[in-house]
Design a protein around this ligand. Structure first.
Ligand code: KG4
Ligand code: ZN
Length: 357
């Protein structure tokens, strides 16, 4: 059968990205190009992503990024089999940029168009390098989401648990801001945590003994804020707090993963299974090491996407486009950008007042 080649476009948050991906004989992907332009400099002075600035930067860069991805891949637009662009979830003003240009290219070149769920992109991202059997257990940890899901197939997800407040990446970013460790937050907290004593501060692990594998990080963030106010100017204590925060998040993830594994086994009865940890926070080496340790004890195969596919990228979007194409899951050209788009539409909404755990 013909090997499919897709152009992918990603502009859901603060990375402008385009990639050209081709299926190969191993059931994985040849990365013909993978261009990512980060907006770190634009958002640095504000300590976080400013939607209007992000959208403007996407508009300024997107044509150049797509042209670079195509020319690097040596594939002309006529030779691709389809165009995939992120349609949500994310910032509407940002999503619209990539989505509209993707639709235009598809319409102009008369190619199929697929509007991709960014979360499905993360969920399938390890498949770029490694063939993984369904069903598998997924922990998706990014700047906007923190969820345990059963990946049953392409387009078939069952949510087992989610954060009821902050996403894990958000907690890393806010911790970095409170401790003045720099932007972007996650990688800086990881860097400075190496210089500190992770057992120095005792921090809370919210809802650890209840609500199954649902998670909560707001109380942890507040505790970091409280401690950070007591240690202003003390560099060593600052590193201790970064290290203690990271250690606490790892404790939470390991304890909740035990629950998620139990639920996965009960629901699927599949003993030899893979546990995929994907999304921007999956780049964190301490988290990887601790999940690997847990995998030996609980006897699952832990899989992490290559670091370049953890953070936002268009390779995972093109790859998801290819998988959906093969299942005839196309979109009409009028698919809208969506700020909220859960992978499991039946999952209860777990945020806001009145939530009962
Ligand atoms: O998947 P991603 O690039 O964008 C979203 O879909 O949200 O994830 C970005 C998040 C940010 O919160 C960033 O601080 C976090 O991933 N992150 C990390 C690390 N690298 C990125 N968090 C902890 N440790 C890291 N090494
Ligand atoms: Zn992402």
């Amino acid at each position: 059968m013909k090997k499919l080649t897709f152009l992918g476009i990603e502009t859901s948050c603060d990375e402008t990205a385009a990639a050209v991906i081709r299926e190969n004989d191993n059931g994985t992907a040849d990365i013909l190009s993978n261009v990512v332009s980060s907006q770190i400099e634009e958002h640095k002075k504000f300590g976080g992503v400013v939607p209007e600035l992000a959208a403007r930067a996407h508009i300024e860069n997107i044509e150049f990024i797509i042209e670079s991805a195509l020319s690097e891949s040596n594939v002309s637009i006529n030779e691709i089999d389809g165009v995939a662009a992120t349609a949500g979830p994310g910032l509407i003003v940002c999503l619209t940029v990539g989505l509209n240009i993707g639709k235009s290219i598809a319409a102009f070149a008369q190619k199929p168009f697929i509007g991709v769920n960014h979360l499905e992109g993360h969920a399938l991202s390890p498949g770029l390098d490694e063939k993984i059997n369904f069903p598998y257990l997924l922990l998706l940890i990014s700047g906007g989401h923190t969820q345990y899901l059963i990946v049953k197939n392409i387009n078939e997800y069952e949510q087992l648990g989610t954060t009821i407040d902050d996403a894990l990446g958000e907690a890393f970013d806010k911790t970095s801001k409170m401790l003045d460790l720099g932007y972007p937050g996650g990688p800086n907290v990881e860097k400075f945590a190496k210089l500190g004593d992770e057992n120095f501060f005792k921090l809370p692990e919210p809802i650890i003994h209840k609500a199954g594998c649902n998670l909560s990080f707001a109380g942890l963030k507040t505790a970091v804020l409280r401690e950070s106010k007591k240690i202003i100017g003390d560099r060593k204590l600052k590193y201790n707090l970064a290290a203690s925060f990271q250690k606490t998040t790892i404790n939470i993830l390991c304890k909740k993963t035990r629950k998620a594994v139990k639920m996965f086994l009960e629901k699927t009865q599949v003993k030899d299974f893979c546990f995929v940890v994907a999304g921007g926070v999956a780049a964190n080496n301490s988290i990887r090491e601790n999940i690997l340790k847990l995998s030996k004890e609980l006897k699952f195969k832990a899989i992490f996407p290559d670091i370049k596919f953890c953070g936002d990228n268009a390779a995972m979007i093109a790859w998801t486009g290819i998988q959906r194409f093969k299942k005839n899951l196309f979109n009409k050209i009028d698919i809208p950008a969506k700020s909220r788009w859960p992978l499991d539409s039946k999952a209860p909404y777990m945020k806001g007042p009145g939530l009962k755990l």
